[in-house]
Write a protein that binds this ligand. Structure first.
Ligand code: DQA
Length: 140
């Protein structure tokens, strides 16, 4: 079975509660159940952490055996060279997803450090961006 890992970074455990006008009112757990049903042929794995090193550890863990990784490093996207290096270090393609449109918010969010080393960046599509990322990875 095709293995795809979703990695969500800091504060994304509060999706659905946190700033719903920006991130929507659906929890990621509820969305993830729907996503799994939509792709029964894919083994979808979900990991969320508020810690930078744990994102890197997960990239190392799955990044030599899984088919694809969908990563939303949240605020780390804008300044983590360590996560960017980890993306380059592994073999598995990574698609970066942002729920909000980071190109149309504060200036610091326009700085996409980790995304530079990813196959693609999907931004501003809401949670649907994760579904689009699975579809893209199935074409790789
Ligand atoms: C985010 C955008 C980031 O700028 C922000 O720090 C987040 C979430 C998004 O999914 O839109 O926490 O990655």
């Amino acid at each position: 079975m095709i293995q795809i890992q979703i990695i969500n970074g800091p504060n994304l455990n509060l999706t659905g509660i946190r700033e719903p006008q920006i991130y929507g009112s659906e929890s990621f757990d509820d969305y993830f159940l729907k996503l799994r049903k939509e792709f029964p042929e894919v083994a979808l794995h979900y990991f969320q952490t508020n810690h930078e090193g744990e994102i890197i550890d997960k990239l190392h863990e799955v990044g030599f055996s899984y088919h694809g990784i969908i990563m939303n490093p949240a605020a780390y996207s804008h300044y983590s060279y360590a996560i960017a290096d980890a993306v380059s270090a592994i073999k598995t393609p990574v698609i970066e997803v942002h729920i909000s449109d980071v190109t149309n918010r504060e200036d610091f969010r326009k700085n996409l450090i980790t995304g530079q080393n990813c196959l693609k960046i999907i931004s501003g599509m809401g949670l649907d961006g994760y579904r689009m990322a699975v579809q893209e990875l199935l074409l790789v």
